[in-house]
Design a protein around this ligand. Structure first.
Ligand code: LLP
Length: 403
């Protein structure tokens, strides 16, 4: 079986010919492999996986994951509705919004999904509105700095996310005043987290907090498992993380005599490696100091390098044995949208096909129509088959919402 990984140049060239560039392509087999690896790494605690669909929200991908047994974590009513549209049952959808008004929470509850409350203010409104009638989870901010990239850390003291671990007792007071049924505790410390101890420490914060909430039986450890962005790099050691989490869960069960169901919300881990962005080198431009490669895409389609200083491997599929030269690869947007600075690539000629790797997560979902460029299509490759799972936008799509 051929996959969209190294040595897949023929396949990628064929996709570019069939669907044009720029285009996102995802390999179903890689998504399945990642899901199964994570599921088996956490098998000792029988963890439930709820895919963080913000990473890749195409309904075809959601339903592929649902076939494997995955649920979905959604952050907006739009995502909830998209997941329902993809056929995910509401009982398999959790809603983890950031600072929503109570009306949005009401809509989520009307749609039948499980809500995570992320502030004391919302908890109070939740209590006033629903009393003990609707179960919920609480997101705790554990005050833990996780991962190397500050821009994707969400569990530190100054982060907007979650209820500070210092305020857990205040949360418990509100819960008892209003009789709120808190059935779960949630933590997510950030993205690109490789260190198993971060997951252990966050889980410990939840197990300790559970003592204040008698109905809690769900422990949602979030997502954030690091993935490889450079060739030769490794994903997070999920087997180690899974084994350690199983151990501390067991200790909690022993000492408390209570149930503990583990939930996970991975985004990148499931889909990052599966995806690539195919682009054409449209211009090779030499200036005295730099040789630029301009491509037919930009920060409007893949913003990670510009927004997070993220590294994506770039390959010149058309000329793999060309003499390596130093290039700065830039987009076609009227901003400084640099994909890669001073990158060694086999000689790039105008018209060559370039591939941006590990673009399955937060690639298409963070794409925009900036500069009035339509968004690219999405293609799902499964073994020898490929199919369009979202067509290329057209000029008419740009017009649809104007008055
Ligand atoms: N759960 C919650 C509550 C989250 O906020 C996120 C990501 C996840 C799960 C999934 O995290 P993951 O496993 O994908 O790391 N756009 C950035 C990453 C920001 C993630 C935001 N929240 C990037 O492209 O690096």
């Amino acid at each position: 079986m051929r996959q969209l990984s190294k040595n897949d140049s023929d396949r990628l060239r064929a996709l570019a010919t069939q669907y044009g560039t720029p285009a996102y392509a995802y390999d179903a087999e890689i998504i399945r492999r990642q899901y199964q690896r994570l599921e088996s790494a956490f098998s000792a605690s029988n963890a439930k996986i709820r895919f963080a669909m913000k990473a890749l929200s195409n309904p075809a991908v959601l339903s592929l994951l649902a076939d494997l047994g995955s649920g979905v974590d959604a952050v907006s009513i739009g995502e909830v509705r998209l997941a329902l549209h993809a056929g995910i049952p509401s009982s398999d959808i959790s809603f983890t919004p950031s600072l929503p008004p109570i009306e949005v929470v009401q809509q989520a509850i009307d749609l039948g999904v499980h809500v995570t409350v992320d502030s004391l203010s919302l908890l109070e409104k939740f209590g006033r509105t629903f009393g003990s009638e609707v179960p919920c989870s609480l997101r705790i901010n554990p005050h833990i700095k996780a991962g190397a990239n500050k821009k994707v850390q969400t569990g530190h003291k100054k982060s907007k996310f979650g209820i500070s671990v210092d305020f857990v007792e205040r949360a418990a007071d509100l819960v008892s005043n209003y009789g709120i049924k808190v059935v779960g505790l949630h933590v997510h410390t950030g993205s690109d987290v490789a260190d198993a101890e971060i997951f252990v420490r966050s889980a410990e914060v939840l197990f300790a907090a559970a003592e204040l909430f008698e109905d809690v039986e769900i422990f949602d450890l979030g997502g954030g498992f690091k993935v490889a962005y450079r060739f030769g790099e490794n994903d997070a050691d999920v087997e180690l993380i899974g084994a350690k989490c199983a151990q501390i869960r067991e200790q909690y069960i022993q000492r408390s005599g209570r149930r503990a169901e583990i939930w996970l919300e991975p985004g990148k881990y499931l889909v990052s490696a599966s995806g690539c962005l195919l682009a054409e080198a449209t211009t090779v431009k030499k200036s005295p100091a730099v040789t630029f490669v301009g491509v037919d895409t930009g920060l409007n389609h893949l913003i990670r390098p510009m927004f997070y200083d993220a590294y994506h491997e770039i390959e010149n599929i058309s000329n793999p044995s060309g003499v390596p030269q130093k290039y700065t690869v830039v987009g076609n947007i009227c901003e400084t949208d640099t994909f890669a600075k001073d990158r060694m690539l086999p000689e790039v000629r105008e018209g060559d096909l370039l591939v941006f790797r590990s673009a399955g997560a937060y690639g298409f979902t963070m794409a925009s129509q900036f500069n009035s460029h339509p968004r690219p299509p999405e293609i799902l490759v499964d073994a020898e088959e490929s199919r369009l799972i979202r067509r290329r936008e057209t000029f008419e799509d740009l017009l649809t919402a104007y008055a």
